[in-house]
Design a protein around this ligand. Structure first.
Ligand SMILES: [Zn+2]
Length: 208
């Protein structure tokens, strides 16, 4: 079960829960702001969040990580090249928005790694490294759920933005073509901002 919960700081970001409805265990992806709103949701629905997963280290995707990871005592997963973003307010863009956000990660992910839910190993996400928006971008892909959490590699149904530190449009287009458009066409793409799309719809959108 996938639950979208938008949170608003400087921007509005889609936070996602991937939950096993049998055990109520799951993952929280990109808690970007509003820690208390997310914590209330978790408590009201008796969710047991095993891990916080981050698609990339921009401040609007990590703003509530510290508070939630400390409140629930759970680990935080970031791509192995994410340190320069999560620990640097210039690279993660928080300083340019008048904020001062840094976090610590407990686990650094590698491309192709599998992240399994402890309560149900059928809930599994493949980490797919997708550069171009940042240098630490990943997509979390679930074959069973026909879902991919794409961060800002896809922005509101279209190819993402590449003009921040470590971004590059040629790389982003190539990465999206080779790593996202090659997924099954009925895969739903859950972006960091705006509405969902599908691989099929994205293929029919002008992206180069
Ligand atoms: Zn971003």
């Amino acid at each position: 079960m996938i639950i979208e919960l938008p949170v608003t700081g400087v921007f509005t970001t889609n936070s996602y829960f991937l939950i096993d409805s049998e055990s109520n265990h799951g993952f929280l992806i990109d808690p970007g702001a509003e820690a208390s709103k997310l914590l209330n949701y978790i408590r009201e629905n008796n969710l047991i969040i095993e891990k916080i997963l981050i698609t990339h280290g921009h401040f609007d995707h990590i703003g509530a990580v510290k508070e939630i990871s400390e409140a629930l005592n759970i680990p935080v997963y970031v791509h192995e090249d994410g340190k320069k973003y999560i620990q640097n307010t210039i690279w993660n863009l928080s300083s340019s928005c008048g904020q001062n956000i840094t976090i610590e990660a407990t686990n650094y992910m590698k491309n192709n790694e599998l992240i399994k839910l402890e309560a149900n190993s059928e809930i599994v996400l493949r980490v797919i490294y997708v550069a171009g928006h940042t240098l630490d971008g990943v997509v979390f892909y679930s074959e069973n759920e026909k879902a991919a959490f794409v961060g800002d590699s896809i922005y509101n149904g279209e190819i993402g933005i590449s003009d921040y530190y470590g971004g590059d449009l040629v790389t982003l287009i190539s990465e999206v073509k080779h790593k996202i458009l090659t997924m099954p066409e009925d895969t739903v793409l859950y972006p960091g901002h705006g509405k969902t799309t599908t691989v099929r719809r994205l293929k029919n959108t002008k992206y180069d």
